[in-house]
Write a protein that binds this ligand. Structure first.
Ligand code: NDP
Ligand code: OXD
Length: 310
C-alpha cells in the first residue's frame, strides 16, 4: 500500500508527502527517488513526471495528476497507457478560473491597458467603450473551467459564445462545436479566451490563420497551455494591429525565460501560470479523497480519457 509522489521539485515532493500522509491513514507515502519495493506501489501522485517514471511499478492502479490537465502525464512516451489517470479538479479551481477570466476580460473590455498607458503619460483621455451587452467574448473549451468562465461572463452581461469538440448547452451562452462551427465562432470573438486542454488537435491552434479570422483588433487570453499558441504568429499579429492585446498565463517554456520578448511587450500581459492554482490544503484533500474512493469503488468522477487526450 504505497503511494509515490513525483514532481520536478524535491521540496514539493516532501511537501505533498507531508500534506497527504495524515489524510491517507494506512498508506505509505514515498518519494519517487526512494520508492521502496516497486511491487507495493499502487498509486502515483504526479506533476510533470519524467519519461519512464512509471515503468518500475507493475501494480499501479491509477496515476493522479496534480492538476486539471493531463498533458504533462501523456508526454511520457513510456507511459503504461492502460493505467487510469485521475484529474485534480474541484470548485476551488473553478472559482479561481472564473475570477481570472472575468478580471482579464473586463480589463480588455474596459481598455485598461490603454488607460494605464495614458496614466503613465499623465494624459486625461476619456475612452468610451460599449457596454458588455454589446461586446462579444468567446471561450474555447467548455469543460469544467471553460463552462464556468462562460456562464460567469454571461452573468456579467457579455454576449458570450463557447466552442467545444462535441455540442454543449449552457444557459446564456451561444455554443458552437467542432470544425463546422469554428469559423462562425471566431468571426464574432472580440475577446477570445483559450481554456482548451493540450492535445494533438489543439497544439498550435492559436496561430496566424486563426488570428486572421477574428475581428480586427481582437484581444486574446490564453490560460490553457503554452503550446496552444504559436508565439511568433502572436508577435506578428500584435505588430500589424490584427490583434490589440494578449494576456498570457501559460508558455512553451515555464518559467518564461528572462530574455523572452513577451516580458516587455507593451501589448502583452504576462501572468506566471497562476490563473487557477488550487490551494494546497484543498488540493491535498481532493487528491486523498480521490485515491480513497478509487481504491474502494474503482471509479471517480474526475477520470481523464487518455485516448481522447483530456
Ligand atoms: P475539461 O476536460 O473539463 O474540458 C475541456 C474542454 O475542451 C471540453 O469542453 C472539450 O470539448 C474541449 N475540447 C477538447 N478538445 C477540443 C477540440 N479539439 N476542439 C474543441 N474543443 C475541444 O478541462 P478543464 O476545463 O478542466 O481544463 C481545461 C484546461 O485548462 C486544462 O487541460 C489545462 O490545460 C488548463 N488549466 C490551466 C490552468 C491555469 O492555471 N492556467 C489551471 C487548470 C487547468 P467536449 O466538451 O466536447 O469534450
Ligand atoms: C492544471 C494547471 O492543469 O495548474 O491544473 O495548469
Amino acid at each position: 500500500m504505497t503511494i509515490i509522489v513525483a514532481h520536478p521539485s524535491h521540496a514539493k515532493i516532501d511537501w505533498w508527502i507531508e500534506q497527504l500522509t495524515p489524510l491517507l491513514p494506512g498508506w505509505t507515502l514515498r518519494s519517487i527517488h526512494d520508492p521502496g519495493a516497486p511491487e507495493d506501489v499502487t498509486y502515483a501522485v504526479v506533476w510533470k513526471p519524467a519519461t519512464g517514471t512509471f515503468l518500475p511499478f507493475p501494480n499501479l492502479k491509477a496515476i493522479v495528476s496534480l492538476g486539471a490537465g493531463i498533458d504533462h502525464v501523456l508526454a511520457d512516451t513510456q507511459l503504461p497507457r492502460q493505467v487510469p489517470i485521475i484529474r485534480t479538479v474541484g470548485t476551488d479551481l473553478t472559482q479561481r478560473m472564473r475570477e481570472y477570466v472575468a478580471l482579464h476580460v473586463l480589463r480588455h473590455h474596459r481598455e485598461m491597458p490603454a488607460i494605464s498607458a495614458h496614466q503613465r503619460e499623465k494624459r486625461w483621455q476619456q475612452l468610451i467603450v460599449p457596454p458588455a451587452t454589446r461586446r462579444t467574448v468567446g471561450i474555447m473549451g467548455l469543460g469544467n473551467l471553460g463552462g464556468a468562465a462562460a456562464t460567469t461572463l454571461a452573468a456579467l452581461g457579455f454576449e458570450t459564445l463557447g466552442w467545444s469538440r462535441t455540442p454543449r448547452e449552457l444557459a446564456g451562452v451561444t455554443t458552437y462545436a467542432g470544425q463546422a462551427g469554428f469559423d462562425d465562432f471566431l468571426g464574432r470573438c472580440e475577446i477570445l479566451v483559450c481554456l482548451l486542454p493540450l492535445t494533438e488537435a489543439t497544439t498550435g491552434l492559436l496561430n496566424a490563420e486563426l488570428f486572421a479570422k477574428l475581428p480586427e483588433g481582437a484581444s486574446l487570453i490564453n490560460a490553457g497551455r503554452g503550446p496552444h499558441l504559436v508565439e511568433q504568429d502572436l508577435l506578428a499579429a500584435l505588430a500589424s494591429g490584427r490583434l490589440n492585446h494578449a494576456t498570457l498565463d501559460v508558455f512553451n517554456v515555464e518559467p518564461l525565460p528572462e530574455a523572452h520578448p513577451f516580458w516587455t511587450h507593451p501589448n502583452v500581459t504576462v501572468t506566471p501560470h497562476i490563473a487557477s492554482l488550487i490551494d494546497a490544503p484543498t488540493g491535498s484533500r481532493i487528491v486523498a479523497a480521490n485515491i480513497a474512493r478509487f481504491e474502494e469503488t474503482g471509479h471517480v468522477e474526475d477520470l481523464a480519457d487518455a485516448a481522447r487526450g483530456y
